[in-house]
Design a protein around this ligand. Structure first.
Ligand SMILES: [Zn+2]
Length: 357
């Protein structure tokens, strides 16, 4: 690799342009802050006009030690008073995805998050979120699909099954997967076996489980064996378990890893030795993701720059990591191969523009 390329890998303006496939980002963690602030003011929520003060109230504190529960505490759901509020925050947030060079994203969201405070109808709210995000993604020229997030601790698995059936009944083709998130220390996988048996029997959606983020590798095994996970959110503890790594390789189970988020939650504090680099070199299917860029005060490009710098990844490596993400996408094979073709063409364009020998 020549020097010029080395410089480019830390150049944020250029790295933003690199086409990115992202499998793990929460809509509730990627809000466009000016719109959120406007909604908060309009609805009389207790924040000041001052944008800096608002930012420090809603983002993970810069001076905080890494802490999982502090991180989770930033996800508030009492912003909205109307369907219009929900539409506006979703539309404005997704509209900005192209700033990060997003090419394809499986964006996850929790209908409960948007509906809970006002007890909005969950079906209606799901439609509003998808319609607003579809329109914004089309305008931003980003390909988008959705995962529905269910939150441990907010509902038991029988309530989850009810909501799941409601959403499945909508038969929205852009919804391709189901995600389990929230506090994995208090709510281990065995509390959700019925729910994920139902999802598997239906065979309509892919399944991804947040596991091994702040819990041992055992929870990743259980998520695969008992919850039928097709992908794993984070799975940092996989680095401790070679048999598990072999299982992921053999079955093509993709880890959705998030370097900055893992620092802030305390999942993996020593960023420079984050497992992503070693797992990638051992052939484990890993991917680079942002998780909750607004809460983290960061973006996906920052995670790419970190990955390049910590693990000395080349543009060929980045391309491979994105092809792994496409392979792990919850899409039919035909759509995956179409996406792969388009993605490779976009990367070639990037290389023609920025990489010179
Ligand atoms: Zn997550």
């Amino acid at each position: 690799m020549n020097m010029a390329t080395g410089d480019i890998r830390s150049n944020k303006v250029i790295m933003k342009e690199f086409p990115k496939v992202e499998l793990h980002r929460h809509l509730e963690g990627t809000f466009h802050l000016p719109t959120l602030h406007r909604i908060a003011m309009q609805n009389g929520l207790p924040y000041t006009d001052d944008m800096d003060a608002f930012k420090s109230a809603v983002q993970f504190p810069k001076d905080s030690e890494p802490d999982f529960l502090t991180f989770l505490s930033k996800f508030k759901n009492d912003w909205y008073r109307s369907h219009q509020d929900v539409h506006d925050i979703v539309y404005d947030s997704v509209r900005h995805f192209s700033d990060d060079g997003l090419f394809y994203i499986e964006l996850r969201f929790s209908p409960e998050h948007f509906a809970f405070h006002n007890d909005f109808d969950r079906m209606e709210i799901t439609r509003i979120v998808i319609d607003a995000a579809n329109a914004a993604a089309a305008e931003a020229n980003v390909l988008i699909r959705y995962l529905v997030t269910f939150n441990r601790g907010k509902q038991n698995q029988y309530e989850m099954i009810d909501l799941y059936r409601t959403i499945r009944g909508l038969a929205i083709p852009e919804i391709v997967g189901i995600d389990l998130a929230g506090d994995e220390t208090q709510y281990p996988p065995d509390q959700f076996t019925e729910f994920f048996r139902t999802v598997k029997e239906d065979g309509v959606y892919g399944t991804t489980i947040h596991a091994g983020e702040v819990s041992p590798a055992e929870q990743v095994w259980e998520s695969i064996d008992r919850l039928h996970a097709g992908r794993i959110g984070h799975g940092t503890s996989t680095i401790d378990d070679e048999a598990l790594q072999k299982r992921l390789i053999d079955e093509g189970i993709v880890l959705e890893q998030c370097i900055t988020s893992n620092y802030q939650t305390g999942s993996w504090v020593d960023e420079q030795n984050h497992p992503l680099g070693r797992l990638y070199r051992s052939g484990v299917p890993v991917t680079i993701n942002s998780d909750d860029p607004t809460i983290q005060d960061t973006d996906l490009t920052d995670d790419y720059i970190k990955a390049c710098s910590y693990f000395d990844l080349s543009f060929d490596d980045l391309e491979k990591l994105n092809l792994i993400a496409i392979e792990g996408a919850f899409l039919p094979d035909r759509e995956k191969s179409e996406l792969r073709k388009k993605y490779l063409a976009a990367v070639k364009q990037f290389k023609d523009r920025f990489l010179v020998d």
